[in-house]
Write a protein that binds this ligand. Structure first.
Ligand code: GDP
Ligand code: IMO
Ligand code: MG
Length: 420
């Protein structure tokens, strides 16, 4: 699970760990996620499909908590197949997952062009979750029940057309219910072999002693309940989403790995106390190639914020940390880590709930020397310069957890297991 604002390199960690597992499960989010994996010099970008699909012996599961845009999913499957990745019986889709329709993206457009914009990925994620919680959404299973699906879709589209023509007066083309119905039936037929009761499947797998790996999307700071509201995503993107999003009870999970960058990034709007709006921020962005996988937007960059990660690690019940992209900091003379905030004149180690108060928090930094050496070839902790080890030790001490993995480059091989 990501412990920051997403893009912590969860894809790389899932790919590393997938070998030791039989099943990889996505339990929340949708095509707002962009998980990059580099295997033997070849880059794969995963969005809705769990990263585990790249492993021939793994079954990939898109569980009930995910929101699925069928056209996007079919396109992604097609792209994977063209890239030589086998997708067949090894991908399962929950019959309870909610479905994204084009009107969701239009509704998002209406919000994102107004004063309350969040800077979303424009994939219809928020409006789809809103319909789910408003009890007006459609589950995948509903697409196979025409007598249920058609009248509800027709009524929903009449409602959405009326709403959208009020909020998007300039040039809104109303949706044609019958055309959309036919389109979605076609998608449903294409997806049919993969659709199943994944909750039942996962419980059967657990009973059979299979090893499950849950792949978080986004990060805990984007969690709708525990993140930097309202600048969050529509799901429980912390570990809190595993149970509701998969049907596997939290007590069946043995270990949580918290994935974090050695610094902080954020895409879209919202508070970011350690943001660097200077040459150091630009250097991190360019060295770390910090441009969004999904939208191509430049990611906002800043110092590592131990206040936030200590809170999210605790929220997620994390056992061990995976510290990613450490190599990106190699050129810096000096590094800073935020250890507490000054908020409304008081020192605090807890981010305030209100976003304006959070944005006004002043970070208190601990500075330490950089290592000024290429570390991308390090394969053991002992290969790292003393200053890099000190930086890692400081993160571990401030977050209060051991570090089990350190990543020094995008490739699978550029990884240090702390036990090595
Ligand atoms: P995710 O959404 O959490 O899976 O992360 P993304 O894939 O969106 O972003 C992480 C980016 O960092 C990807 O382009 C990875 O290939 C890359 N990456 C992963 N680990 C490392 C690392 O240790 N060093 C560097 N320089 N890049 C890395
Ligand atoms: P991965 O899985 C980084 C951000 C968006 C926006 C906010 C809400 O690759 O880490 P949404 O489209 O979800 O309604 O947008 O959340 N966001 C992400 N940022 N990584 C992600 O996924 C993200 N998914 C959503 O930029 O600020
Ligand atoms: Mg990403």
């Amino acid at each position: 699970v990501g412990l920051q604002w997403g893009d912590e390199a969860k894809g790389k960690i899932v790919d590393l760990l997938a070998d030791e597992h039989d099943i990889v499960v996505r339990y929340q989010g949708g095509a707002n996620a962009g998980h990059t994996v580099v295997v033997g010099g070849k880059t794969h970008k995963m969005s809705l499909v769990p990263t585990g699909i790249l492993h021939p012996n793994v079954t990939a599961v898109i569980a009930n908590g995910v929101v699925i845009d069928p056209a996007t999913l079919l396109k992604e499957i097609d792209g994977l197949q063209q890239n030589g990745v086998h997708v067949g019986g090894n991908l399962l889709i929950s019959d309870r997952a909610h479905v994204i329709f084009p009107y969701h993206r239009k509704e998002e457009e209406a919000v994102e062009t107004g004063h309350a914009a969040i800077g979303t990925t424009m994939r219809g994620i928020g409006p789809c979750y809103r319909d789910k919680y408003g009890r007006g959404g459609f589950q995948v299973a509903d697409l196979y029940c025409p007598e249920y699906f058609w009248p509800r879709l027709e009524a929903m589209i009449a409602h959405k057309n009326a709403y959208l023509s009020a909020v998007l007066p300039g040039g809104f083309q109303p949706f044609d219910a019958a055309a959309l119905y036919r389109e979605y039936l076609t998608y449903a037929e294409q997806l049919r072999p993969m659709v199943t009761d994944t909750g039942e499947y996962l419980h059967g797998a657990l009973a059979a002693g299979k090893r499950l790996l849950f792949e978080g999307a986004q990060g805990a700071l984007l969690d709708v309940d525990h993140g930097s509201f309202p600048f969050v995503t529509g799901s429980n993107s912390s570990a809190a989403g595993v149970w509701s999003g998969s049907g596997v009870p939290a007590r069946r999970i043995d270990r949580f790995i918290g994935v974090l960058k050695a610094y902080t990034t954020r895409v879209g709007r919202g508070p970011f106390p350690t943001e660097l709006l200077d040459a150091t921020g630009d250097l991190i962005r360019n060295t770390g190639r910090e441009f969004g996988t999904v939208t191509g937007r430049p990611r906002r960059c800043g110092w590592f914020d131990a206040v936030l990660v200590r809170n999210t690690a605790r929220l997620c019940g994390v056992d061990a940390l995976a510290v990613m992209l450490l190599d990106v900091l190699s050129e810096l003379d000096e590094l800073s880590i935020c250890v507490e905030y000054v908020c409304q004149g008081k020192r605090t180690t807890r981010p305030p709930a209100n976003c304006d108060q959070f944005a006004a928090c002043q970070p208190v930094y601990r500075t330490m020397p950089g290592w000024k050496r290429d570390i991308s070839n390090a394969r053991r902790l002992g290969d790292l310069p003393a200053a890099a080890r000190q930086y890692l030790d400081t993160i571990s001490e401030l977050v209060g957890l051991p570090i089990s993995i350190v990543s020094v480059g995008p490739d699978r091989a550029q990884t240090i297991r702390a036990t090595d």
